[in-house]
Ligand binder design. Structure first.
Ligand SMILES: Cc1ncc(COP(=O)(O)O)c(C=O)c1O
Length: 404
């Protein structure tokens, strides 16, 4: 079959593949502990659901403007003023089917063949795939567990070439939970503000930061290089609204107008009902955001302690998001489980724990554990993981030198 050439450059989301495999096992009646999900386990808060019911009852079920309702665009702009003290007008905001579509449309609108676009790994695989789909070339810079996976300006600066069109930064980062500091963003802006390079900041986990550390990257960017700054965000993770598909992009009116043109010929508006729900999420009470964050923090601390009880499992405590990015390289051996991908597969087959191997994030030797699940399941899952590691030992399949 002759498919379009561009499709030879992309592969399906590996993070979704894990969910599919685990689901098949569950359908066969197997009790799978699910650590693969990239979404909150919490229900969407009641007042948000109520707004959606009210929208349906009021007949708010027709097309809206492709770029989103005026009410929601204003709610997004208000939210970014509250969070960061920045000003965006409705013409500088577009409502999208999740942060994913916001990033996709921006890539399509900005990137050309021959452009290099820098991003960081371990990172969310969609970013590099979208760059490739837009005919540009992804250039990845690596972050390291020794530095807590910190996103440093130098790494980006070393990767600059005359072909660099943009830098895509995800902070807090999926899968590492690391943040870029304001100081590092300032250093980056110092160097690039006059070079015509865009910064696209993926703020999908912006409200899932555990300590009150300053993270006003939008202000650093917009104060200095607003004309080349794009911010993308989403209701998905903050408000437990992944299935509603509602996100947004903020940027110069000209770019937003072009993303609107693209969207108006593809998906058109985000579901009218979801838009009403998102207005309620952004304008309504915010207590549930803090409550969910508190629960994620308790889970992060407990899971981290349970797993690192085995000294060969090492793991940076994430500053944000809801994933532990665990280094299992010490448990791999040439005649046992050789790679983290094999580790993840064996763990699913033998211990019925579903998680995502580091390979999915361009980081072999690691596993991503989502702790967006109950404390009880986290306990059961970590028990299974530690037992699995012990069995590997007994079978002589972990490296002899470090076997306990
Ligand atoms: C880093 C990152 N950015 C953006 C998204 C987009 O999420 P959504 O399209 O649900 O807003 C995700 C989802 O997993 C993500 O992990």
């Amino acid at each position: 079959m002759m498919l379009a050439e561009r499709m030879s450059r992309v592969s399906a989301s590996p993070t979704l593949k894990v969910l599919v495999e685990a689901e098949k096992m569950r359908q066969r009646g197997i009790d799978v502990v699910e650590f693969g999900a990239g979404e909150p386990d919490f229900d969407t808060p009641a007042h948000i659901k109520a707004a959606a019911h009210a929208a349906i009852d009021a007949g708010f079920t027709k097309y809206t403007p492709a770029a989103g309702t005026a009410e929601l665009k204003k709610a997004v702009a208000d939210q970014y003023r509250r969070l960061y003290g920045i000003e965006y007008s409705p013409a500088e905001v577009i409502v999208t089917a999740g942060g994913k579509q916001a990033l996709f449309n921006v890539a399509e609108v900005l990137f050309n063949k021959g452009n290099e676009v820098i991003t960081h790994v371990p990172g969310w695989p969609t970013i590099t795939e979208q760059i490739k789909l837009a005919d540009a070339e992804p250039v990845v810079v690596r972050t390291y567990p020794e530095d807590g996976f910190a996103l440093n300006a130098d790494a980006f600066l070393h990767a600059l070439t005359p072909s660099t069109k943009a830098i895509v930064i995800n902070s807090p980062c999926n899968p590492t939970g690391a943040l870029m500091s304001e100081a590092e963003m300032t250093r980056l802006v110092d160097e690039i503000e006059n070079q015509g390079i865009w910064v696209i900041l993926d703020l999908c986990y912006e409200q899932l930061i555990y300590e009150p550390v300053p993270h006003n990257l939008p202000k650093v960017l917009t104060d200095r290089m607003r004309a080349r700054t794009i911010l993308t965000g989403s209701a998905s993770k903050t408000y437990a609204m992944t299935g509603w598909r509602c996100g947004w992009a903020l940027g110069p009116a000209e770019v937003i107008a072009q993303t609107n043109a693209l969207q108006s010929h593809s998906t058109s508006n985000v579901t009218s009902i979801s838009q009403k729900a998102a207005v309620a999420a952004l304008n309504g009470p915010q207590e549930s955001v803090g409550q969910m964050l508190g629960e994620y923090r308790r889970r992060r601390d407990a899971l981290h302690a349970w797993l690192t009880a085995d000294p060969r499992i090492t793991c940076v405590k994430p500053a944000g998001a809801f994933y532990l990015f665990v280094d299992v390289s010490e448990l791999l051996s040439p005649d046992g489980v050789r790679t983290s991908a094999e580790f993840a597969q064996a763990l699913l087959d033998e211990a019925h724990v579903a998680l995502t191997a580091g390979e999915a994030f361009d980081a072999p030797g690691f596993l991503r554990i989502s702790y967006a699940t109950s404390m009880e399941r986290l306990k059961e899952g970590s028990r299974r993981i530690l037992d699995f590691v012990k069995k590997l030992d007994e079978a002589g399949k972990t490296p002899t030198a470090t076997r306990v």
